[in-house]
Design a protein around this ligand. Sequence first.
Ligand SMILES: [Fe+2]
Length: 475
Amino acid sequence: MENIQVETKKVPLARGLKYGSIAGIVYFFIAFFANWNHPLELRIQSSLSHGLFCMGMTFFSTSMMEFFFNRFEGLMKKYIFAVLFSGCVSLTLMISVHLVMGTPEVFTTVFASAITSTPYYLLFPLKLVFEYEEKIDRFAYRRDENYRREWHVQKVSRPYNLKDFLKVVLLNLTKISMKNPAGVESLEKKFKIKEGSRELRIGFLGDLMPMYKYGWRLSDEVRGMLGEVDYLVCNFEGLLEGLLEGTLSGERQKVLLSQNHNTGILESLKEFLPAEKIILSVANNHSADYGYDYLNQNFEALKREGFKVVGSRDVPSILLDEGINLVAATEWSNQHHGYLSFLEYSVKHVDKNNFNLLYPHWGHELEFYPREKQVRLAKELLNDFDAIVGHHTHIPGPISKYEINGEEKIVAYSLGDSATGLYRRRYRYGMALTLDFGRNDTGRLELLEGKWCFTQLQKEEGRSYILKEIENYPV
Ligand SMILES: [Fe+2]
């Protein structure tokens, strides 16, 4: 992976000359004014040599930055050393040229030029970082044949490439994105796909993020909206606290952004439905926060509580009521490993004898509408799956319908959050969804209709939150 060389598209001669010429003129005047108090002849000589030097440097500096970028391993080192060494070489050459040419105000000339060119020397290596990340296979680890093993847990990690990671950071600091690049439309709160009599109802809630020190419960309206569900499906994001204490060597290490649940939320879920009617998916970007042993401990602990658990590479799907093949898969993981059910392999778990429902952890955080690439992926997956109910973005998303091979199929892009102890209000919105199924003449289950509402987590008296139904999503 580290031997990959980044080579930006060669700058055509004309473009190089154009930018070089602009730089030559700009830096000519910088030198001209920096040496204002000196004789005109000396000023012109210094400015000409400075302008010509900067024209040449602009022309060749991209290659120099590429050269240094490719000499180091690790993204951070590549970036830092490409900036530092390129800057040092340019500065040294510039100072040398002016000493040789006898420029009177060397410091002022060089300092003003260095300040002007700093953004370029910071941004171009960043472009190299993005290109490098596009070129490397970031997901190679997912193909691990011998996946039942412990991988090195990274204390600081990220699920996305650097560009998307920086975008999430930015959206966290500003406001959520309501851009709709693919023009996705949302279904009405009650939608019908086919006529038929209901035999099975499955309910879904948004992500169950850790509540930390807070309690959590469903309001009567949300319970009423879910109605008589036969099953409730939720994404269990993160890991139960304290599972390794006394069972494996030492205490677990601290991992930045890891998600740690207390068991209170499990009790609250069981107050709504018997645990065997609740399916918890661990196919998400936080289930591997503490490695393979901890994932297994978490999986078994949830099963011991009576829940149906799905989403590891060993258990990617579950059959409900002899008719719904629920396939859980994740597009993202904060850690490198091969032991979760990954989205790229989800089609392998399709069972043509049953209704295939994909339950993916996908998309991009704090973006309400899916990107065009995700819409294309959804349509592609619907060639094999009968419906998709997704999650991960921490905010609600549209529920859409597409006609695929003559059949109407739905995609719920994200159900947001239904539980979280995070302070920020934007993380407390989500959706509740029910899907009703009936059997056709051949005995196969098919989707008849659905219903959804927005939800908000609201603070109650004391240390507790309640999940309420709300009419609109206040962006
Ligand atoms: Fe997630």
